[in-house]
Design a protein around this ligand. Structure first.
Ligand code: XCC
Ligand code: SF4
Length: 632
């Protein structure tokens, strides 16, 4: 890492801990995304960046230049068609990822209901709520019996061919009407992804507005289908998050413990590891090699899942995954699916650390594979931990950035927000609505999604501070939430330090941070429900598009973030990213950034500068306040 060592990029984006680590000799040889981008020595392809490179058939690849007649595709496809197809395929891929994750969780849920896993049905209240939505009888029935029926009905939603997904009816009535009118209510989860891939095949759908209708239906199948199923069933199984204190950043690794980091997305494995880490046999083995125990720490969204439910510390987010290993203090990094950089195996070369892949769907060269068997979850987890414990004695040179860990308060499921603001006697969103109406809180801003090497400053932090300063309550998920945690915004004290008068007053009264950690990427579905509850509580319009709310995933990296963005837009929430791969197609860009508003009441926007992005969010919020007649 010699070249970018101490560079401002890493300093700002990943915080002081990373800089501290990179200044150590042992980390200087580690190559990260920052080095690789410098070494590539060429900038990104303009056609790719602008969305106008098509390789959907073998007559191409075709690079399209909008408005230049000789530069349409060999098949005649225009820039707008190609950009729309590419954008839609990003959404399909993102939706597919959430879907495959959700499917695994549902399968694990069914196995749990059958008593085949070490887990149990924890949140019976939520089980009953979900049963009602799925039309399942609960009266006088055992929780496992209800759960089994719920699991099977949920699993059927993936392959469903006709009708509507069950949870669509949770949305505000007016929103549902819009969806039915334009024909974008998702019929079955897998069906929408398949149809999206088909319609973007060569020579099928060639009208960008029509392509984007299916893209919206596909994204809605993610938000109100796959992701929401995953969140709710995971909550029922592992517990709905409640507020808890925890710590984040590289300093959570422990010198005298076997450090096992869990990275990826599906919490089935991570939850089993949490249980197995307390097993007497495992503890005894750890002591035998001279360690005090096993220290589990999360990375990326798996990190978020166990942080939210168990308060397990987070060692690093997406852009820090290589740094976590560069410490030399990790015995094993256990990974499952999504957001795992292939470089990890190179980072640990010559170190005692093992990268352990655990899912047949996601293997890596130079990693060790220990298949996680959901029916043998506990034993699988123990086998993985034993492997890590064996590595402990081989640990040589290591460096854990001292004092580089930050306190956070996490666990703000939408139920918690309800409870916190509504009080013990009547959990409701009424007080939040009241505070928005009386102007103490200007509105709600969601900061979600990934991190990226691309931008020099701590974009999430800047946007959040600008929002908070202007009395906008921030709800955060994914790696963005972790980034805010590293910069101290997930502490209640941050309200006093950064918030405008109104928001500070509200936060201080309930003792909550001005930025609330709502969960992992699939948990963006919690935001859909929170927004819906705000609508249902009254006083702020009839659907999500009337709420003073706005979302951003500024540093988006993953295709999933675009699927998320699209389901928010299609649900009526305005969404601003720093950039989108659409700039090479003029009419399509105008549609995405304007025309969509006529359909859903919301559209996309882009803004590179973080402060200006935040100000755009505030302006959007003020616009809604104005329309509601509450902008005093
Ligand atoms: Fe991946 Fe979910 Fe993005 Fe982080 S935020 S980089 S998707 S881990 Ni969801
Ligand atoms: Fe080129 Fe058309 Fe084939 Fe795309 S589908 S690669 S634009 S010929």
């Amino acid at each position: 890492m010699a070249k970018s060592n101490g560079c401002d990029k890493c300093n700002d984006i990943t915080g002081a801990s990373t800089l501290d680590l990179l200044n150590q000799d042992l980390a200087k040889q580690v190559r990260t995304a920052y080095d690789r981008i410098e070494d590539r020595g060429m900038s990104a392809c303009l056609f790719g960046s602008g969305g106008t490179c098509c390789r959907n058939c073998n007559m191409g690849p075709c690079q399209i230049i909008d408005g230049v007649e000789s530069m349409v595709g060999i098949c005649g496809a225009t820039a707008d068609t190609v950009a729309a197809r590419n954008f839609a395929r990003i959404i399909a891929a993102g939706t597919a990822s959430h879907t495959d994750h959700a499917r695994e969780m549902v399968r694990g849920f069914i196995a749990t209901a059958k008593g085949e896993t070490p887990h149990e049905i924890k949140d019976v209240d939520k089980l009953h709520k979900m049963a009602k939505i799925f039309g399942i009888e609960t009266e006088g029935r055992d929780k496992n019996e209800i759960a089994l029926e719920l699991g099977e009905k949920a699993l059927a939603e993936f392959g469903q061919q006709e009708g509507e997904l069950a949870m669509v009816k949770r949305a505000p009535a007016k929103q549902q009407e819009i969806w039915r009118k334009v024909g974008v209510v998702p019929r079955g989860i897998d069906r929408e992804i398949t149809e999206m891939m088909h319609r973007t095949h060569m020579g099928v759908d060639q009208e960008y507005q029509n392509i984007m209708l299916q893209a919206a239906r596909c994204a809605l199948a993610d938000g109100w289908g796959a992701s929401m199923l995953s969140t709710e069933l995971t909550d029922i199984m592992f517990g709905t998050p409640t507020p808890k204190r925890a710590i984040v950043d590289l300093g959570v690794l422990k010198e005298d413990h076997v450090n096992v980091t869990v990275h990826g997305h599906e919490p089935l494995l991570a939850e089993s590891l949490c249980l197995a880490a307390e097993d007497e046999e495992i503890l005894a083995l750890a002591r035998k090699v001279g360690a005090k125990g096993v220290n589990l720490a999360g990375v990326c969204c798996t990190g978020n899942e166990i942080l939210m439910r168990r308060g397990i510390p987070v060692a690093g987010s997406f852009i820090q995954q290589e740094m976590v290993l560069a410490t030399g203090a990790v015995e094993a990094m256990v990974v499952d699916v999504q957001c795992v950089m292939q470089s990890l195996a190179q980072v640990v070369k010559g170190k005692h650390t093992d990268i352990i892949t655990t899912n047949y769907r996601a293997k890596m060269p130079d990693a060790i594979h220990i298949q996680f068997e959901e029916h043998e979850a506990y034993n699988s987890a123990k086998e993985i931990l034993k492997h890590a414990i064996n590595n402990f004695k081989k640990r040589r040179e290591f460096y854990i950035p001292k004092d580089k860990k930050l306190d956070v308060v996490v666990g703000f499921s939408h139920e918690t927000i309800n409870y916190m603001l509504g009080g013990r006697f009547r959990a409701s969103y009424r007080p939040l609505n009241d505070n928005i109406i009386n102007g103490r809180i200007r509105g709600v801003g969601a900061i979600v999604g990934c991190e990226h090497y691309k931008y020099a400053d701590d974009v999430h932090f800047k946007i959040a501070v600008e929002l908070i300063k202007n009395n906008v309550l921030v709800l955060a998920t994914g790696c963005a939430a972790q980034a805010l945690g590293r910069r101290g915004l997930l502490r209640p004290e941050a309200a006093t330090e950064y918030a405008g008068d109104g928001l500070r007053e509200v936060c201080e009264a309930v003792g909550m941070p001005p930025a609330l950690h709502v969960g992992s990427c699939v948990d963006n579905s919690r935001l859909l429900i929170a927004l819906t509850e705000m609508v249902n509580e009254g006083g702020l319009g009839e659907d999500i598009s009337e709420l003073p709310a706005c979302g951003t995933a500024p540093l988006y990296m993953s295709e999933k973030a675009v699927a998320i963005g699209q389901y928010f837009v299609s649900s009526g929430a305005h969404v601003i990213f720093q950039n989108l791969p659409i700039t090479g197609a003029k009419k399509f860009t105008e549609f995405i950034k304007g025309g969509m508003k006529e359909v859903y009441g919301a559209c996309w926007d882009t803004e590179e500068d973080p402060i200006k992005l935040a100000q755009k969010m505030i302006k959007a919020i003020d616009g809604k306040r104005e329309a509601l007649g509450i902008n005093k």
